[in-house]
Design a protein around this ligand. Sequence first.
Ligand code: ADP
Length: 403
Amino acid sequence: MKILVINSGSSSLKYQLFDMTTGDVLAKGLCERIGGEVGIITHKRPGFEPYKAEPVLPDHGAALSLVLGIITDKELGVIANIDEIEAVGHRVAHGGEMLKKSSLIGEKELEYLYSIVDINPLHGPPAIKGIEACKKLLPTVPQIGVFDTSYYSTIPEHTYICPLPYEYYEKYKIRRYGFHGTSHRFVTGECAKVMGKPAEELKIITCHMGNGSSITATKYGKAIDTSMGFTPQDGVMMGTRSGAIDPSVLTYIMKAEGISAQEMDDIINRKSGLLGISGVSNDCREIWEAANAGNKRAELAMKMLVGGVKKIVGSYLAEMNGADAIVFTAGIGENDYLVRQLVCEDMDYCGIKIDVEKNAKAPKGTFNDITAPGGKVKIFVIPTDEEYMIAKDTQTIAQNLVN
Ligand code: ADP
């Protein structure tokens, strides 16, 4: 079964074509600058040089049409005909309160996605555009949505309701939703496999740390808490996002600087976090370099990041009465040994002992067990693969449609 996975951004469209009989990625690529004067497409196939071109891509439909042309092209392609694509899986950041699991996107689901654009203004519209383009170009192929939020449908009410007047939940659906769920679900599953036990018997803390970061607690196979909330802005400090902050700071700055809600939103999303503190970059590699050269603000930024993650990990240990494993994943989690070390050190009281040497030597972006001898809580580095998880869900749903 061949499955196309689509991840649409506001001006980009990422794709991966899977052969699910082998699990192989046949081709993957990225269309950028959709809607711009000139677009960019990068198309990769295992064993071949990447193909790059600069076509005009007025909208997501044009980008998808180009992708379908390329993957069936005699020279660049990997399949003979688009009929070989049996289903399309879409990464959708927000499934609201209705779409609690991966689902076939029919009229009702699409209508619902439109209805929650208000609470998901950045990621909602491009996801809808991607789905609509696929429906148009592949009208007989099932379109399946895989929602980042759905992993969190098990979070209890007392954890997801925000402590504001209850009417805001009723009126605007203001609540914590959680994001990155597909990644947390994937690495939690992989962690259970490595531990040789069903997830239903384990308590796992997963740290997805990339440009955007979130930490999730999964108890006996169900997510019970996560650091992101109503938006992906909540929780730990990130590349350019502040993460959780005293809400009164925002109203104070807005008044003091005479800025609008939109401008404040921009500050907490694009100018804060590691970038805002270090003044150097949003990229840990550059911040460490500056810190090592004596830049105090760069050092402060990394201390804040590590301290914030540690606090959340600690709170989940309290919430779950301990943990069987802590998993690090995504750009920072898979590659930055020092961040992992600083998060885990001095936690032996809780049974967490990191093997400092093994961790420092762990090859980047690969599976690693970095637990020190005697550590009660396993510490793993597990590369995430959201696209594969999306393809898997898509396969399951598509097969059920046939049966
Ligand atoms: P996104 O959230 O955009 O998907 P990624 O998961 O790709 O982000 O993570 C990007 C971040 O990962 C970079 O900003 C950088 O801080 C960090 N990172 C990536 N590679 C390395 C590396 N080799 N060493 C340290 N940090 C890295």
